[in-house]
Design a protein around this ligand. Structure first.
Ligand SMILES: *Cc1c(COP(=O)(O)O)cnc(C)c1O
Length: 356
């Protein structure tokens, strides 16, 4: 793939934040972006790294009306030795292709896109923050750009990658969050698009999250869309339970986003000799387990928030305290090892980290 390079002029250069403390997640962007177009009969073309700038989109662009799109989220880290690295980046582009299949979007060549991403990252390497717990968040997206307000599959697409220096996802950092189980709304249904990282899933979740926030909760825990009993996941994280010292997470049924952090937690747990289980588990089993003391920890796992302990689960208006409401030892161990691998402090037993 030929990538045209248009760099920013010295006068246009922006200055990265001097410190990431107080910088809200995902609102600062770097100097450059990668763009590439797709058209029926032509495939991908016009690959270009250029100054970060607003897009020119016709108001009739199909994505603006029918949400035909896919996106991804991964991070570049500055390791302790000063090297910049990515964490399992191929998994993100492979997942993007699975989302794209479901959304009738063109697929990417994983290796070519990774080369282009690394080129962009090297150009904007001054934006990878170096304070503890910070990283450069990477957002690839594909949008349907055909100018037509008729219902059909678009014949034109835009793929882009933008970069954003970030600190912790939740302002409270690595501390327990309060989560409300949604009884009123559902996120995914069998045969739907729950497994896909596509915009509509998040637009459809906003109301539940807004109502949960008004009641003082950070996020929503989704139950299955049919029986509303089986636990699925949280807004932007997969969910884990420690039950009788076993690591339990809902099985992927098609309505749950198959997280790369989720997969990494399962693989690390197995490596450590822990019992790990992917099963269908109901909210009643978890709440009973909390009462009986067999459920000792609950934590979320996702790229943006890494490992996030859950201190309180609310269901049908009742708050259930998890353990003492403090961060537990299992969540701490996963947090320290995962971030340890990402920042080059720990051995990388699976070769998950790769240099930029
Ligand atoms: C992105 C995402 C996750 C986490 O996936 P990772 O690959 O671990 O970042 C979990 N749930 C939802 C709904 C997501 O969008």
């Amino acid at each position: 793939m030929e990538v045209k390079l248009t760099t920013i002029t010295p006068e246009q250069l922006k200055t990265p934040p001097a410190t990431m403390s107080g910088v809200v997640f995902g609102v600062v962007f770097t100097d450059h972006m990668f763009c590439m177009e797709w058209e029926d009969g032509k495939g991908w073309h016009n690959a270009e790294i250029k100054p970060y700038a607003p897009l020119m989109l016709d108001p009739s662009s199909m994505v603006l009306h029918y949400a035909q799109m896919s996106f991804e989220g991964l991070k570049a880290y500055r390791s302790d030795s000063g090297e910049h690295v990515l964490f399992r980046p191929r998994e993100n582009f492979k997942r993007m292709n699975r989302t794209s299949q479901r959304m009738c979007l063109p697929e990417l060549d994983v290796e070519e896109v990774l080369v282009a991403l690394k080129q962009l990252l090297r150009l904007d390497s001054g934006w990878v923050p170096d304070e503890a717990g910070t990283s450069l968040y990477i957002r690839p997206a594909i949008l349907a750009t055909e100018e037509a307000i008729g219902l059909k599959v678009s014949s034109k697409y835009l793929f882009f990658i933008i970069l954003s220096p970030v600190g912790p996802y939740y302002p409270q950092g690595f501390n327990p969050v309060k989560i409300m189980v949604s009884e009123k709304y559902v996120r995914g249904v069998p045969g739907g698009v729950g497994f896909a990282k596509t915009g509509g899933n998040y637009a459809a979740s906003n109301l539940a999250e807004k109502e949960a926030k008004e009641l003082g909760y950070t996020q929503v825990l989704w139950l299955d869309g049919v029986e509303r009993r089986y636990i699925e996941e949280v807004g932007a994280m997969n969910i884990f339970f420690v039950i009788n010292d076993e690591i339990v997470t809902p099985q992927l049924t098609g309505s749950i986003l198959p997280g790369i952090t989720r997969m990494s937690v399962l693989e690390l747990g197995k490596l450590w000799g822990l019992e790990v289980k992917e099963i269908r588990i109901t909210i009643d089993e978890v709440l009973n387990g909390l009462k009986e003391g067999t459920v000792t920890e609950v934590f979320g796992a996702g790229t943006a928030a890494v490992i996030t302990p859950v201190g309180i689960l609310s269901y049908k208006g009742e708050d259930y305290l998890i353990g003492s409401g403090e961060t537990g030892p299992v969540a701490t161990r996963f947090y320290e090892h995962l971030t340890g691998i990402q920042y080059g402090k720990e051995k990388d037993p699976f070769g998950w980290v790769e240099a930029i």
